[in-house]
Unconditional design. Structure first.
Length: 154
């Protein structure tokens, strides 16, 4: 049953809309936040050196504060911000599709979790993507305090 929800186009569009509204709200309140996103969907302009890219995990956390927060904005269903990477602070413009943001985090606490996995027909779903969401959900459910967010099936 969960699969029919998270793989649904309408659900994905709803999650994208909520993600955009939450991020814009944080911009208006000048609230720093982090995003946990699918790194394979992120674009870097200019491209990052391989030694930096190789350090990224499939789900990567970016914290938007200071200059990075000041440059951040939402455009064309993407969160865009400037950031420096590596010991040399290599500068790049980062573009992350809103639907690729899996969590929004404030003070180490997830304030929004995106479980949507719908992919348009032209972009086939990867087995690793589905596994990643299941692993993320398993991690989320492994914390007893998160049980209050899960509806009882009885």
């Amino acid at each position: 049953m969960l699969d029919s929800v998270i793989n649904n186009k309408d659900f994905t569009e709803l999650m994208q809309k909520h993600m955009q509204e939450l991020i814009i709200h944080f911009f208006q309140k000048e609230q720093n936040f982090g995003i946990l996103c699918k790194i394979e969907d992120a674009l870097f302009e200019p491209s990052l050196p391989e030694e930096i890219v190789s350090e990224f995990r499939p789900l990567t956390l970016f914290f938007l504060a200071g200059y990075t927060f000041e440059t951040a904005h939402v455009q064309d269903d993407n969160l865009i911000f400037e950031a420096g990477f590596g010991t040399e602070n290599f500068g790049s413009l980062v573009r992350v599709p809103l639907v690729s943001i899996m969590q929004v985090i404030v003070d180490e606490t997830p304030v929004m979790i995106n479980l949507a996995t719908y992919q348009p027909e032209d972009k086939p779903k990867k087995v690793s993507d589905v596994k990643g969401v299941k692993d993320s959900m398993a991690s989320f459910l492994s914390n007893p305090e998160n049980s209050r967010f899960v509806k009882d099936k009885n």
